[in-house]
Design a protein around this ligand. Structure first.
Ligand code: PEP
Ligand code: MG
Length: 325
């Protein structure tokens, strides 16, 4: 198996019937990107930048952020590096942000809401991201998008930052890619319209499951109820993939479901174009992709969409996957 892992790293993520998937890596720290590349990742599907700031008394300045973003971007020459703007709040509280006690932090002041309400922090991050763009294929991704206006307001801020940097004589890109995480039922339900305002979707199943099922993702007492194969979640995932595909934008999945064989199989069948998983899961998920056919996965999706319980979803998918794995 060890040898197989090494071999797999160099093989393409393509199904037996020829559907090419992009298999990318989730990373939390810039230093993880080299290992991800060695393990065969074709870029970064999610860099969680909030790990640059948690536990710190002061926000990292533009220069420090620029160096981190440039480093990750340069470790994947010619491949996409998707960098998510600070996903603060919820379970991640830096000391310099005075969020205060909230009754329901996951329903509170978090992610893109904090970014847009704290323009000084957001502008600094956007400037650092734009400055790193000339070093590769860096794409910006927004967490917890719920409304189109959050995207359009960010585009305006990016436009201003580009003009500012140009005036300062810094190299700036002619065009850039901006994507939205789809991780709330609201975003999933407006996906057809949202798709017209972004360059890509990335489905955050960790949050999508918790918000759809009203089950706290961190509450161990509810662990058995936190089920990504609940028919409601399956239907939302299918709707998001359909909306993204119909709009002709890339649909990536960066939540943990993509890192499980059954979840990857389901998402292949929904025609997700890219999966992003933690480095330890890269080889296993590549093996799943290379073992299945899109046709079989799509047939599994049709059965899963007709299923009446999480158990039934799991059982129809397992029946198909176990025949080839
Ligand atoms: C998600 O919600 O699925 C996700 C990838 O983001 P995070 O786990 O950082 O909330
Ligand atoms: Mg999330």
């Amino acid at each position: 198996w060890e040898q197989e892992l090494v071999l797999l790293a160099h093989l393409p993520a393509v199904t037996r019937d020829g559907v090419r998937m992009a298999l990318r890596s989730n990373i939390d720290l810039p230093g993880e990107s080299d290992n991800a590349r060695i393990q065969g990742a074709e870029g970064v599907g999610l860099y969680r930048t909030e790990f640059l700031v948690v536990g710190r008394a002061t926000a990292p300045n533009e220069e420090e952020q620029f160096r981190a973003y440039k480093r990750v971007t340069e470790s994947f020459p010619g491949q996409p590096v998707v960098i998510r703007t600070f996903d603060l709040g919820g379970d991640k509280f830096p000391a310099f942000l005075h969020i205060g006690r909230e009754e329901n932090p996951f329903l509170g002041w978090r992610a893109i809401r904090v970014c847009l309400d704290e323009p000084a922090i957001f502008r600094t991050q956007l400037r650092a991201l734009i400055r790193a763009m000339p070093f590769g294929d860096l794409r910006i991704m927004l967490p917890l998008v719920n409304e189109i206006s959050e995207v359009t307001r960010t585009r305006a801020l990016i436009g201003e930052a580009i003009e500012e940097l140009r005036a300062e004589g810094q190299p700036v890109p002619d065009a850039y890619k901006l994507g939205a995480m789809v991780e709330t039922p609201a975003a999933a339900l407006i996906a057809p319209e949202l798709a017209r305002h972004v360059d890509f979707f990335s489905i955050g199943t960790n949050d999508l499951v918790q918000y759809t099922l009203a089950v706290d993702r961190g509450n161990s007492r509810l662990a058995s109820r936190y089920n990504p194969f609940h028919p409601a979640v399956v239907r939302l995932l299918a709707a998001i993939c359909k909306a993204g595909n119909e709009a002709g934008i890339e649909v990536s999945v960066c939540g943990e479901v993509a890192a499980t064989p059954l979840g990857a199989f389901l998402l292949i069948g929904m025609r997700a174009s890219s999966l992003s998983v933690g480095p330890p899961a890269l080889a296993e998920i590549k093996k799943v992709i290379r073992s299945v056919t899109y046709d079989d996965a799509a047939a599994g999706v049709a059965e899963a969409l007709a299923a009446h319980s999480p158990e039934e979803v799991v059982s129809v998918l397992t029946a198909r996957l176990s025949r080839v794995l």
